[in-house]
Design a binder for this molecule. Sequence first.
Ligand SMILES: C[S@@+](CC[C@H](N)C(=O)[O-])C[C@H]1O[C@@H](n2cnc3c(N)ncnc32)[C@H](O)[C@@H]1O
Length: 303
Amino acid sequence: MIRNQDAFHTSVLLQKAVDGLNVKPGRKYIDATLGGGGHTEEILKRGGIVLGIDIDQDAVDYVREKFKVQSSLPRRQAGKFKVNKDLFIAQGNFADLKNIAKKYNFDLVAGILFDLGMSSYQIDKSTRGFSFLRDESLDMRMDKSEDITAEYIINHKPKEYLYEIFTKFSEELDSGSIAEAIVSARALKPIKTTQDLVRIIMSAKKRVGQQHEATKVFQALRIAVNDELENLLQGLEDAYQLLQEGGRLVVISFHSLEDRRVKLQGREKGWHLITKKPIIADYQEILKNPRSRSAKMRIFEKV
Ligand SMILES: C[S@@+](CC[C@H](N)C(=O)[O-])C[C@H]1O[C@@H](n2cnc3c(N)ncnc32)[C@H](O)[C@@H]1O
């Protein structure tokens, strides 16, 4: 169990995101991507009542311990075991946001936050193969109870499927030669670890600029394993229905595929866009937390 907040995750755009939610004491907020609970903690500090959801049981366990939430049942059922009376925590997928929220009596809320992507814990400590800089098994599941792993996709899916996800989910220009190299390598022996895959990618493409050869393929695989874009669309749809009039939706995304979907969905639903241009991390934040450099935050209001 990790006990230090920074070791688990350093929240990106912390104050600006919570400012965006326009927190009022006693109102209800959903943190749809709880992670290490940094944004949730700030909402609690400002007097909000929070339902925090994460797909990763490790995040849920960490935050439960951190805030001493011994039960995540709604207050009236939790009785004397509830230590932090303003915080409820649930393990679940935000694609199922409406059902989870209803279970916790959060079906009309003042604000919802999505801070997409992965926590630092998942990348650096989970040993689930999210990072091409480590040698771990090719897993990449955020929800460990799901069946499909990156290893399964890499070893069993047809070449055309690999080509499609590399192209669609990360705009990898060498998708064809990488898919070809994977299919040839797996015919000799199964591809088991992140470094097995990195070697194959490096044999099939040349580095362009500073970016590591495996960056895009790893992003695409993670998106495919966790069905990230479909989940996001469903989560945003549910968020629209759960928000009260004047309620705020804040979304922090980390790549253009996500940001594009957030923008489009906002336009389709007729959300009032508070941020004409996405908010990004300033120089000082990027210096302290380099992972904030690709963050783009958009704030919407339900009209
Ligand atoms: C960037 S972290 C959030 C960090 C958090 N805001 C904080 O301040 O510590 C993203 C989190 O979203 C979770 N996540 C990703 N996809 C999810 C989904 N479909 N449903 C629920 N949680 C999800 C990940 O497991 C991860 O813990």
